[in-house]
Ligand binder design. Structure first.
Ligand code: SF4
Length: 343
């Protein structure tokens, strides 16, 4: 049945099941032509990725630029179609939804991006843009929609006077709240947050993160939180998946990942963040060698072998299998049993 459940129709058993299940998700793009015959190259932006998100949970997706984080966000939000693999929302395959299911899904999965100026139309007032979703879905009459939009602005901590202002008259933090107000009016269940605080000052970042956490508690929202900033991820996420050149190399609950990272790439990311803990300062750091390779020509075997300080011959020859090594903790590294990387 191609029907998405509403919160009211969920049973207790439903609330136990993951809200989102991503299975073997792969997305390839055609790259530039190369070689003497101009053969088209292929970019494996996302390669056989799998994860779940429970209701009310925040899963962090971390990795360097070009690791495939944003592409995964777009695949989950159906801005892009997968080359293969499945995305199941509330147990329903997104690819198999009929028109009604598809409309309901568009409402239930929303996205907020880093670029708030780009997300808002500079020529339309804040009120007009917050109200837009209600206009599109013809919810209530014009006066009622204005009232609802103003109430939502108040809910996200913005003064009613901003209703008639334009995006350029607001600060970055205020614009991010406007985007959230617009999204919340549609009563989503899952929000894909793609670097939502990266463009903000550190003090405003903290406010927006507190605000996101508060909204999550009040509305039971689930977040797919995409970020390159481990400090932010450590603060807001319940579980974390680490991406390297399109593959998830480690996935674990937040505490396990930060206290007991088992993949050398995860360790190198954590070690690259300045820390206040004096004990940890004396530990030998894991440093990734050189720059990340181009996704156009990822290294063979374990993609990380060209930068990994622990690489052996097998690493360039074989793709490491994903292994479960603890409660909800999985790693893709041939040497996971030998390496001692804990904090
Ligand atoms: Fe390093 Fe080899 Fe493990 Fe890859 S598989 S992370 S290269 S030790």
């Amino acid at each position: 049945m191609n029907k998405i459940m509403t919160a009211a129709s969920m049973t207790a058993a439903d609330t136990e099941a993951p809200l989102l299940v991503v299975e073997s998700l792969t997305r390839r793009f055609a790259g530039r032509r190369s070689g003497i015959f101009g053969q088209p190259s292929t970019v494996h932006a996302v390669d056989n990725v799998g994860f779940t998100i429970r209701r009310g949970e925040t899963l962090g997706l971390v990795g360097e630029s070009g690791s495939g984080k944003s592409t995964i966000g777009k695949l989950v939000a159906r801005i892009l179609a997968p080359s293969s693999g499945r995305v199941l929302f509330d147990g329903h395959d997104l690819a198999g939804l009929d028109a009604a299911g598809s409309r309901e899904l568009t409402r239930q999965i929303q996205v907020i991006f880093q670029d708030t100026l780009g997300a808002l139309n500079p020529r339309l007032t804040i009120g007009h843009q917050v109200r837009e979703g209600l206009d599109i879905h013809q919810i209530g009459d014009a006066a009622r929609r204005d009232e609802t939009a103003k109430a939502m602005l108040a809910k996200v901590g913005l003064a009613p006077e901003l209703f008639s202002r334009y995006p350029h008259e607001l600060s970055g933090g205020q614009r991010q709240r406007v985007v959230m107000a617009r999204v919340l009016l549609l009563e989503p269940t899952l929000i894909v947050c793609d670097e939502p605080v990266s463009a903000l000052d550190v003090s405003v970042q903290a406010q927006v993160i507190n605000f996101l956490e508060d909204l999550q508690k009040r509305h039971g929202l689930a977040y797919l939180f995409i970020s390159h900033d481990l400090r932010v991820v450590r603060q807001i996420c319940d579980r974390v998946a680490v991406l390297y050149l399109g593959r998830i190399v480690e996935q674990a609950p937040r505490t396990s990942l930060f206290q007991n990272p088992r993949h050398p790439y995860t360790r190198s990311l954590i070690d690259a963040v300045p820390i206040a803990d004096p004990d940890a300062r004396h530990r030998t750091k894991t440093v990734a060698k050189g720059e990340p390779p181009s996704p156009l020509a990822p290294p063979s075997g374990c993609h990380f072998h060209t930068r990994c300080p622990f690489a052996v011959a097998r690493c360039s020859a074989e793709v490491p299998a994903v292994r479960t090594i603890g409660l909800d903790h999985s790693v893709a590294c041939h040497r996971v049993d030998e390496l001692e990387l804990a904090a």
